[in-house]
Design a protein around this ligand. Sequence first.
Ligand SMILES: [Zn+2]
Ligand SMILES: [Zn+2]
Length: 338
Amino acid sequence: MKAVVVNPNSTGVEVVEHDIPEIGYGEALVKVEYCGVCHTDLHVAHGDFGQVPGRILGHEGIGIVEKLGEGVTSLKIGDRVSIAWFFEGCGHCEYCTTGRETLCRSVKNAGYSVDGGMSEYAVVTAEYAVKVPEGLDPAQASSITCAGVTTYKAIKESGAAPGQWIAVYGVGGLGNLAVQYAKKVFNTHVVAVDINQDKLDLAKEVGADLIVNGHDIKDVPAYIQEKTGGCHGVVVSAVSKVAFNQAVDSVRAGGTVVAVGLPSEYMELSIVKAVLDGIRVVGSLVGTRKDLEEAFAFGAQGLVVPVVEKVPIDSAPQVFEDMEHGRIQGRKVIDFSL
Ligand SMILES: [Zn+2]
Ligand SMILES: [Zn+2]
């Protein structure tokens, strides 16, 4: 089978011929239909989290169960399932047993610590593979497996309630889905903040009530405070320290800033403001199996529609190179039927 793997020098990816993997107890073999290409894959390919040459990439995989290992009771042949970044937890630690399994210290991550979904066949741990509901387009499901569930969970973490104001800093692939979940699922008013007008226009199209271009507006937090009275929650998907600092100043007293983007920097947080205004700052990492099941369900209802572009597996090295140089618009999804 063909697979996209980290190259021997951990400087990028290559497409190789790979053996179809064997399955063990509790595992299932999945014939992959689609796998999205994410910025996290680029980090893995470059060894940013530690070098893993030869690792099959991909954590936005969707495919059909073709074979079951011994002991599998949660899946049947023909089920459509996901291959997600949260691939498997230990199942018994304090995080796994209290609804915070993505924080498990023994977590396995698809396409990083174990082989992922960028290959014609992939292995999943049956109990951790989330089923894709009927009515959800599998290419769109691939996007929900990472970007969708990440933003859905982040808005949950903000404590968003109907009628409240939620700001989304950075409305690219991730942020655009955040706008959709905030508006259509949580029934909030949404502010979209970016420095790219095309992305802002797209955010407006999918439901943002107010768009703010950081290039045009001098004092973004002051503008947001004036227009909304301060947001109840802010989700920061932008990979920029400036956005994090502005986010803190965009919330009202009692507001929550949810960090999703990963700039390798520190944010400035006024201790006085944090105390006197009772501001919460929380990090949010992908989502649990239950979060993904919910994120899929809202996709199947048509409330959230990821925009994807299908590409053949042989174009993967080019896609990674384009991503590295910021030339990607929207989500590229490897279509294994092409
Ligand atoms: Zn991803
Ligand atoms: Zn655990």
